[in-house]
Ligand binder design. Structure first.
Ligand code: ATP
Length: 250
């Protein structure tokens, strides 16, 4: 993995465009992430937020533009190569393995090489147990390790899925509406969790809950019709008349 100079951006998105049958869901978009910042993308429904995450993780191919991550051009890579380069993505709906315990969910996510031999040779060794326990503590599930995931609350499942990403040690974590459906207490704990995560990772979040955005964001990028409408601190974007007109005023 490339080392990032502290002056460099971890992620540089430039002129990114994707057309679906002539409709530009993302239109000449540029934004830059510093290492270990939490950036939140907000904007009205259909603004192109989820499509941006799809483009970064390789699920959707860009029509034009560039996505440079830690020195690599991601637009040319396949999804698994992007994961390997250090980009982790969590979708909106939790996709944990319901029949497995919390421990087992984290264990199966532990990176152990990509070869079949690597997978077969896998044993539950001390390094895995240590990694699972450390991540479980971070995601508030240390005392739930033996519970089947099916018995967790919705919020705990969301944390477990974040843990399943963390155990792979990505440099960039992308989270799509991580607090949707969570209680107020769970939202507060998720904000704490994200602050801890950014001690070692950069985080890109899509979120609608402005209270939560204010709690976590270093900077906010507001999207509208596939473009950046406004960008800056939460105070800056909240008082921007353009943002009030198309998003916050509704
Ligand atoms: N694969 C696709 N094919 C055609 N159109 C698409 C595709 N993916 C997204 N779109 C369109 O692109 C636009 C942007 O969608 P996107 O889901 O990125 O918006 P969003 O900002 O995430 O919205 P929301 O807040 O509702 O999730 C929408 O009009 C959507 O219908």
């Amino acid at each position: 993995m490339n080392t990032v100079n502290s002056k460099d951006f971890l992620l540089a998105v430039e002129g990114l465009t994707v057309s679906f049958d002539g409709f530009k869901a993302v239109d000449d978009l540029s934004f830059y992430l510093d290492p270990r910042e939490i950036r939140v993308i907000i904007g009205p429904n259909g603004a192109g937020k989820t499509t941006v995450l799809d483009l970064i993780c390789g699920k959707t191919r860009a029509t034009s533009g560039s996505i440079r991550f830690a020195g690599k051009e991601l637009t040319r890579l396949k999804e698994h190569q992007i994961v390997h380069a250090g980009v982790g993505r969590k979708f909106q709906t939790p996709s944990v393995f319901e029949d497995l315990t919390v421990f087992e969910n984290l264990e199966v996510s532990y990176p152990r090489g990509h070869s079949v031999m690597g997978a077969l040779a896998f044993r539950r060794d001390a390094a895995v147990v240590e990694a699972v326990e450390s991540v479980a503590e971070t995601i508030f599930l240390k005392d739930q390790l033996d519970r089947p995931a099916a018995l967790l609350s919705h919020g705990q499942k969301q944390w477990l899925e974040i843990g399943m990403l963390l155990i792979q040690k990505p440099d960039l974590l992308m989270l799509d509406e991580p607090v949707a459906g969570m209680s107020v207490t769970e939202r507060k704990k998720t904000a704490e969790l994200l602050k801890v995560i950014t001690e070692n990772h950069t985080v890109l979040v899509i979120e609608h809950d402005m209270q939560f955005v204010g709690d976590i964001a270093d900077r906010v990028t507001v999207m509208h019709q596939g473009k950046v409408l406004s960008e800056g601190s939460i105070e800056h974007v909240k008082s921007d008349p353009k943002v009030i007109e198309v998003y916050l005023g509704h």
